[in-house]
Ligand binder design. Structure first.
Ligand SMILES: *Cc1c(COP(=O)(O)O)cnc(C)c1O
Length: 348
């Protein structure tokens, strides 16, 4: 029996390999002799974890991080010499499956360390240097990991996106104190923003995430290169007379005869509802504002000023993560990881 046909998606993400790799290379250059890994949790910040891993591994990245063991199988097989690590550590329920996978946990509690110790395998571990979220307490770390092969000892910064915050230096100093007592193959502290704090935070290995995918600032102070662009098909075009309204809550009212294009893209796809009346489509450089509310599965744009369009045309919908996030009061992280599963993800 042949499989049922798969109808073509009506929305797509155009993904820019060169921008992704250039973002990673900027971080790698900035940290000099330190190794530059990549956090690709949450399906590579919504963009696609497997595709990201393959491209960054080809560029020289050797250390990848996800949050859950569940995220590991779709990333296999791993390229040669690539390590994959799981930031949440390991639970008893995950252990049997984890033992059959080519990844290692970043142990975050003494109980996890005791569990993993029985396997005799190498680990990584997270020290909580002041975030009070996940990780071994500084005072318990040496005992919890005694005799284990620790490939990387990590900590994570709470305030790295504010370079003036005193907690950055406090966490750095705390982690240096623990590192002096706990032998490990490498020491790692910095996420994307942590890398931008400078060499004192680079240690042996860094774990950038958001900056690879178009959010946040790069070490040279520029905004990260945008990796994803959105396109959606026009399902319907209509002419709305003066006084006519568009969409839920009649949030848009035509003040002139208005041409409305409704596309197959909504907040279920990650085009945030907060972009209602704020987002826009672009047609040959003409900005076509979102008309009223973004719906779950569609959005309407005022294309009155654009060149003539036809139903079935693809509409470009800009999605620069930082710009969109500040428009709608979210973060670039939230917008990226909300990118949905209905897109055709097209890498170039
Ligand atoms: C998500 C994560 C990162 C990456 O952080 P960004 O701010 O996206 O660069 C690094 N380290 C840990 C422990 C993380 O959980």
């Amino acid at each position: 029996m042949s499989p049922p046909p798969s109808p073509p998606p009506q929305a797509r993400l155009l993904l820019n390999s060169a921008a992704l790799v250039a973002n990673w290379q900027d971080f790698a250059r900035a940290v000099g002799a330190a190794a530059c890994g990549a956090a690709i949790k949450a399906d590579g910040y919504g963009v696609g974890a497997r595709e990201t891993l393959v491209r960054l591994a080809a560029a020289g990245c050797r250390h990848f991080y996800v949050a859950h063991w569940h995220e590991v199988p779709p990333l296999l097989p791993l390229p040669d010499e690539v390590s994959l690590s799981v930031l949440h550590g390991i639970s008893p329920e995950e252990l049997p499956a984890a033992l059959a996978l080519p990844a290692r946990p970043v142990l975050v509690t003494a109980a996890q360390a005791a569990l993993w110790r029985q396997t005799g395998r190498p680990c990584e571990a997270m020290v909580d240097s002041g975030m009070n979220r996940l990780g071994l307490a500084p005072a318990e770390t040496a005992t919890a990991l005694a005799g284990m092969e620790v490939a990387v000892l990590h900590s994570h910064l709470a305030c790295a996106d504010n370079r003036a915050h005193p907690q950055n230096e406090a966490q750095r100093a705390c982690f240096a104190g623990v590192a002096a007592q706990v032998p490990a193959g490498a020491y790692a502290l910095a996420n994307s923003a942590g890398i931008c704090l400078g060499p004192a935070y680079h240690l042996d290995l860094v774990r950038p995430g958001i900056g690879l995918f178009g959010g946040g600032l790069m070490p040279d102070g520029r905004v990260s290169r945008t990796v994803a662009r959105m396109q959606a098909r026009i399902i319907q075009l209509r002419d709305v007379p003066v006084g006519g309204s568009v969409g839920y809550a009649a949030a848009f009212t035509a003040s002139r005869p208005t041409r409305i294009a409704t596309v197959a893209l909504g907040y279920a796809d990650g085009y945030a509802r907060g972009l209602s009346s704020l987002g826009w489509a672009e047609v040959d450089g003409v900005r076509c504002p979102a008309a009223g509310r973004i719906s779950m599965d569609m959005a309407s744009f005022d294309v009155t000023d654009a060149r003539p369009l036809a139903e079935g045309d693809w509409l470009d919908i800009p999605f620069d993560p930082e710009a969109m996030a500040s428009l709608c009061g979210r973060t670039s992280y939230e917008l990226l990881v909300a990118l949905g599963q209905r897109f055709d993800r097209v890498w170039a």
